[in-house]
Structures are given as C-alpha cells and as structure tokens.
Design a protein around this ligand. Structure first.
Ligand code: ADP
Length: 257
C-alpha cells in the first residue's frame, strides 16, 4: 500500500473536561481517492477537518502528512504543506476579503506561500479553469453572485497547485439552483488536475457525486466507512440509513467510485 497523503491514527480531540469531539478516529487520504466525511451537526466534522489542515493538534493519536508528522514550527515544511493541501470553506461571503480585488485574492496563496513563477499568469489560468473571464481580476467580491464567489474561492485554492483540496460544505451556502454547477465544477477540476478531494458535508448526495470513499462520523466516532457506492446504496449502520433518508438528493445523482 502506498504512503497516504494524510493519515489520522487513533485520533482523539477533547475540548475542556467533557467534550470529546473525536474519539479514536482512523482515516487515510490516499492520492487520487477522494474521501467524503459525512455526519450531522456536532458529529465532529469541523474538528476533523481542522486536524487534517494542521490548524489544530490532536489531544492524542497521530496525524501524518506523506508519512511524517508535520512539525508546525518548521516554517518551510508548513509552507510546503499549505501549498499541497488547500481548502475551500462553506461561505465565500466570509472567506473572501471584501476590500481586495479578485486578482489579489486569487494570488494571495502564491504570495504568502512564496510560490515561484508568474503570479498574474497563474491567476488568469486558474480563473479560466473555474469558468471566469480574465477581466474579473479588477472587480471586488461583492460584485459577484454566491456561485461565482465560490468559483473565486476555488480558483484561489487551486493557484498553488495543491494535490489535496479540502472542501468544507462547499455548496451549502449557495442557492439550490447553482449547487449543481459548483459540484460539476469540482468534479471536472478533480479529473483535470488529478486532485484528491476531501469533502466535508452533511449532504451525503454531494459526497456521492465527488468521492470514491465515504466515512460516516457520529458523535466523534467513525461508525461506517467504505466505497461510496456501497455506503449510499447499502448502508450497514442505522445512523447512515437515517442520514440517507433525511437528505434531499441532487437531481440526476449517480454515485462515484
Ligand atoms: P460538526 O462540524 O460535525 O458540526 P464539530 O467538530 O464542530 O462538529 O463539533 C463536535 C463537537 O465538539 C461539538 O460538541 C462541539 O460543540 C465541540 N467543539 C468543537 N469545537 C470546539 C471548541 N473550539 N471548543 C469547545 N467545543 C468544541
């Protein structure tokens, strides 16, 4: 088995004395095998995501990146990690700085992560790949619709050429009418850029569109894990069955993987 890009082993994250947000979680993110993390509110999804992004450390257990623990004091190692593992958040209204022009927003990771090369050319390239014209660089986020803003956030994440794109509820804040377009865009980018997607969602149908594997979190514990097709069509756990029954499906949904 090849070395996973990201791996959590026996991870526990406790807040205060009583809240166990994660309890003994094992998770492997392997190159080219997207993982969907599903579960209801409070299941521990955001906590897990913060650990995967090295924004937080586990109370116990280990998190490794390409087989090694990430030393958060090693700034060049952290920069390499941040180039390689990028994130798109739920709400582009809050994740895009309203005072910056789009060109500057999309170039931000190139500047802060000291990526070499022609930043303006890279910005134009990634904007084109998310379906936005080059002239949007001079405009501000408020001049765009929610779906377009999420495209800008996706372009920013792609700019440093990551291997892994972590998406936290990437379409939940969008109008239902544009969700499908953003899901289709993520699917296309995954294929064209060879991205490994880690998708956190309460919506199991979106995971079905984008990820080969699905991990079901409940109360800080992985209660079910497997090929997305199997989890969606033949869930073993009553909790997963309830999740499936509760979530409206995207039209024309066909499970991936
Ligand atoms: P989800 O993203 O699935 O909704 P979270 O990871 O946000 O779940 O939360 C899991 C549990 O951990 C919840 O009980 C939540 O209240 C608690 N929790 C998360 N972050 C913190 C924090 N920073 N301080 C205290 N409790 C937290």
């Amino acid at each position: 088995m090849s070395t996973p890009l990201l791996e959590l082993t026996g991870v526990t994250r406790t807040f205060g004395r009583t809240t166990q947000a994660l309890r003994g979680v094992d998770l492997r993110v392997e190159a080219g095998r997207g993982v969907g993390i599903v579960g209801e509110s409070g299941a521990g999804k955001s906590t897990l995501l913060r650990l995967l992004l090295a924004l937080d450390s586990p109370t116990s257990g280990t998190v490794t990146y390409r087989g090694e623990p990430l030393d958060r004091r090693d700034r060049s190692a952290v920069r390499r990690f941040r180039r390689d593992v990028q994130v798109v958040f739920q709400d582009p209204r809050s994740s895009l700085d309203p005072r910056q022009r789009v060109g500057s927003i999309v170039a931000e990771p190139l500047r802060s992560l000291r990526v070499e090369g022609d930043h303006r050319a890279r910005v134009r390239e990634v904007l084109a790949s998310v379906g936005l014209d080059a002239d949007v660089v001079d405009r501000y986020p408020a001049q765009f619709s929610g779906g377009q803003r999420q495209r800008i956030a996706i372009a920013r994440a792609l700019a440093p050429r990551p291997s892994v794109l972590v998406a936290d509820e990437p379409v939940s804040a969008l109008d239902v009418s544009v969700r499908r377009q953003v899901v289709d865009l993520l699917a296309r980018l995954r294929d064209e850029h060879g991205l490994t997607l880690v998708l956190v969602s309460h919506d199991i149908a979106i995971v079905g569109q984008l990820c080969e594997r699905t991990v079901v979190l409940h109360d800080g514990v992985v209660v079910e894990e497997g090929a997305t097709r199997e989890v969606l069509t033949a869930p073993r756990e009553p909790y997963t069955q309830r999740l499936l029954a509760a979530v409206p499906r995207l039209p024309d949904a066909t499970p991936a993987g």
